[in-house]
Structures are given as C-alpha cells and as structure tokens.
Write a protein that binds this ligand. Sequence first.
Ligand code: PHE
Length: 359
Amino acid sequence: MSDLETLSRDLLERIHAAVDLTSLEAERVAALGKQGAITGLLKTLGRMTAEERQVEGPRIHGLRERVAEAITARKAALEAAELERKLATETLDMTLPVATGPQGTVHPVSQVMDELAEIFADLGFSVATGPEIEDDWHNFTALNIPETHPARAMHDTFYFGETDGERRRMLLRTHTSPVQIRTMMRQKPPIYIIVPGRTYRSDSDATHTPMFHQVEGLVIDRGIHMGHLKWTLETFLKAYFERDDIVLRLRPSYFPFTEPSAEVDVGYSVVKGRRVLGGSDAWMELLGSGMVHPKVIANCGLDPDEWQGFAFGCGIDRLAMLKYGMDDLRAFFDGDVRWLKHYGFSALDVPTLSGGVGA
Ligand code: PHE
C-alpha cells in the first residue's frame, strides 16, 4: 500500500471517529490547515518533474477532495445528532393540561372596571385616565370649587405639604372629576369618556377606605340634556346588573361643577334578608350626576353656548359589592388570598357584552 493510501485511510478513519465538532475541526486543521499533512503534500508538487506531477497531481488533489468531503459529511452528521439529542431532551407536550391552575385571581375591582369599559364602549365611550397626584386647580378650582368653598373641607383631602404660593398645591385626587378638566383641555369635543381610577380621602370605616375607586362619566357635545344623562345611566345599570327591571330615581342635589345636579338612587327589594336590585320597593343612593356647569366648560377654554354635557361619578367598590355580595369594603384591600380566591375572577373570565358582563 502506498504512503498516500495509508495517509488517506488514516485521515478518513480519524474524521469518522471524531465525536464532536471540536475534534472534527482539529482533524481538519491537521489535514488541510497551513501545516496540514495534505497541504504539505501539495507543496511537494512544485519540486517534481512534469511527468511525476502528471501522476502525483491528480492523486494528491483527489485525496484532498475526499478528505474535504468526508469532513463536510461528518460535520452534517454531528450537527444532526446534536439536534436530535436536543429535541429528545427538550420535549414539551403541548397537549398536556396545565398541571397547577393559575394561583392568582383577578380582583373584583379590576373585573368591574373591565365590565364598565365593555358596557360603555358599546355606547361609544372611550376610557380616559389622569394622575392620582393632582394639583388643587384641577381637583377643585377648575371644577368651580374656589379656595374658600366649603366643599373643599367636605372632601377630607390628603395634601402634600405647603406651597411657596407660586406653585399649585399638590394633593391626592379626591375624585375622578379632575380628569373631566384634563380631557376638555386636551381634546376637542365631542367627548364621550369614562374614567375609572383610584381616589383618596381621609376616611375609614366599614364602607369607607382612604383609597377607593370611582368611575367618572363625561359627555360634551351639542344639544345634550338631562334626558341623555338618565338614558345613559339606565342603560349602563341595566347592562351592569344584568336586569331589565332596574329603576332609577333622580333627586335634586348640589355639586359645584354641575347645574342642575342630581343624586341618583336605584330601586331594590329585600329578599331573604338580602338586598336585591330591581323594582322600587326601597331606594339606595348610587351616584352623583348633573349637567356640566357652564363655568367648568368655560374654565377649559370651551364656549358653553356651543357645548353642553353631563357628568356622573360613581363608586366602583360599591358597584362591585352590590353585584357580587361582599359586605365589608376594607376586605377589598387586605390582600388576603382566601378572600381573593373566593371573590376573585379567573384571568380567562373576560367580560364581553355578548358573553355576559356577569360572573
Ligand atoms: N365628583 C363627585 C364626587 O366625588 C361625583 C360627581 C361626578 C358628581 C360628576 C357629579 C358629576 O362626589
């Protein structure tokens, strides 16, 4: 057997025996690299006579080609084997059921906010938001509650220290109504928005927590009147409580930012010791509302002769308690997982009007 054949057999054997890509690369360098065996042989061609070269040239080039092919083939085989190994060890059976159910639940307040967005989206309203840390101009002054107004004291406001007189005093918003102002100043009418969000007042008992949730409604358009307000509230509450027999009663009231203002009561009856909404046996107060005061519209740079509207504000926690039967508001914010397991919602229980906005 010639030297060349021995070398060829030896090289090919080692290439086949390479167990991984690193050792294969070492074999490639040993054969075809700058100092490689075959490279060395190719160099000898220069020193040969023309006749010798005619015989040896094709043999050496042939050997180089076979070795290069063997390396390519071995490389492909090693890569395929590696992929096989990965696929075998990293299996993921997509048909298996989830072993443990999701641990968390959607808080009833979040669920109700989603329900509100769904109901009002169907009426052409979009969802607006604003900052929880407000200044007193947006929270009070622009809403027609001047510095000396007694309504400021009624709100039990959390203030952030004193101001130097120049800057507006900062506070935790006491209601979602400042977002009325922010929206009217930013966006040209017509405006149809709801504003769900956190609000703060220094107050705490079974039905009051220092942080609570409100939803504001605001419509600014041409020719809006109280009839639109009443219809909107009725449509909203019938959809929310999923009952057609919801009856509303509008009582004259007072808010500095609406004129006229109305407190809205909803009818209920007591069935087996529980309040059930619907009918008109008894009444409970549910929300505040009214026609947006012309001064508020003017404060936002709009002409009150051209634009009118209505607004309402409603406690979201209260809405949740009435629909889902919790009786202590403080438990909402205790973060007790047992309470959340009992009253929370599945993440997949997305409220839709077609599928129902109920539980
Ligand atoms: N902002 C009022 C409150 O918190 C509620 C309200 C909103 C009343 C809009 C009328 C119009 O009590």
